[in-house]
Design a protein around this ligand. Sequence first.
Ligand code: BG6
Length: 498
Amino acid sequence: RGAPPTIIVIFGASGDLTARKLIPALYNLGLDNLLPGDFHLIGYGRKPIPDEEFQADAEKDVNEFSRRPLNPDIWPQLKANIHYHAGGYDDPKAFAELREKCLDIEKKAGRDLQFVFYISTPPSVFKPILENLGSSGLAAHGKGTPLASKMIIEKPFGRDLATAQELNQIIANQFDEHQVFRIDHYLGKETVQDLMVLRFANTIFEPIWNRRYVDCVQITVAEDLGVGTRGGYYDTSGATRDMLQNHTMQLLALTAMEAPVSLGAEDIRDEKVKLLKSIQPLRLDPKDGDAVRAQYAEGLIGGEKVPGYLQEKDIPATSSTETFAALRMSINNWRWQGVPFYLRSGKRLARRVSEIAIQFKQPPGGLFTDPSRFDMAANTLVIQIQPDEGTTFLLNSKIPGLETRTQPVKMHFRYATTFGSNTPEAYERLILDAMVGDSTLFIRGDETETSWKLYTPLLEYWEECGRKGLDSYACGSWGPLSADRLLWESNHEWRRAG
Ligand code: BG6
């Protein structure tokens, strides 16, 4: 899969994402010989930085964050093609100069180059960047040819339905949908891509992947980290916008959608949108609703005392931002009606683990009902997204011995054991796909709007409530009791994830 000759411009070049993920991902693509012969990177940021300093920073990023060490045979050539351009995001002159710089590189290369714009800035400047890409003529570069410009945009993609629609409109003024790559880095994870393979490249799951056999589905995206230095951003976002509306919904859509007609981007995304549209509106009733939210309070992580959310840097003392949310979703279609999908995500939980658990119904009949002899668990297929990537199947087995006793046991498949552990990072796959023009692992405009449509009433309702009804949980726990109650109401319990 060769990418055409490319200049990639990263807006937000001095940001954390560029250092931790984007530069190391580009380096690893170079190491695997996946970058085109003519490849240039231009970092764009407000601060004036000489090219040499930006190159030295990039080298530091590779040394610090790359999954593989810096290779002295590959690096010098890559480094020589790293440039920096200082300018404001709302400064037309700086964009005109950027265009000159790009055209100059193209001229020196002696061939047409594809321009890829990676917007990795805070959302407050998405709009001026997009408009300036349009008015400078950069967005239109190569239009109508296979080298038409492309635009990759980071999250957050809006903060509700109206702002997502507005952003889609601003994008559509400058780019056609096939030029647009909305990032959800969860789609770049190996285990998330494997979901489709697991479901549709194996015959045994499809017949039981429905309401006749599945009792409930639990999706957990838990982190043990707190908000760290990102308090300013996080407090305007919260767990629901930061994780549930995007990453967790992608996991849900891939788990529950119908088989696509082909592996083509549009066929897969059509199925995801169809599934998202069949999710019922969330009930907001404070007593009998489908959602709970909470904030972490002081507690212990790894035996060490850590502060509560309100004591974190840049968090207002009266903040009502949730750091944990749990939801119950109902999908109104032939496959899933009556099967609850439980979603939860939070910071400062007991451990970092993301997983999807398909819990099957109990067998009929009364053969193994005596609890003194038969320890039985529901058959559960657990797709462990991270860490310790793999799939586990939980079944019941006879304990060897002269008596008939049972115990739940696990069948494991581990990526690290089978494939080794040095798999590509999500951003490597995503940047390569965008350069090649494959949008399968990116969010389509209508997809993000469908998801926001579901979440917006809930977010507005919580905003109205302020701190009323906001629960709390101790750092290092699995969340508030209200999240357990949400499942008890339907005779379920959260699995112990991980
Ligand atoms: C990001 C969120 O999208 O995903 C962060 O903004 C979160 O708050 C991160 O920590 C989690 O990503 P991963 O790949 O570590 O699960």
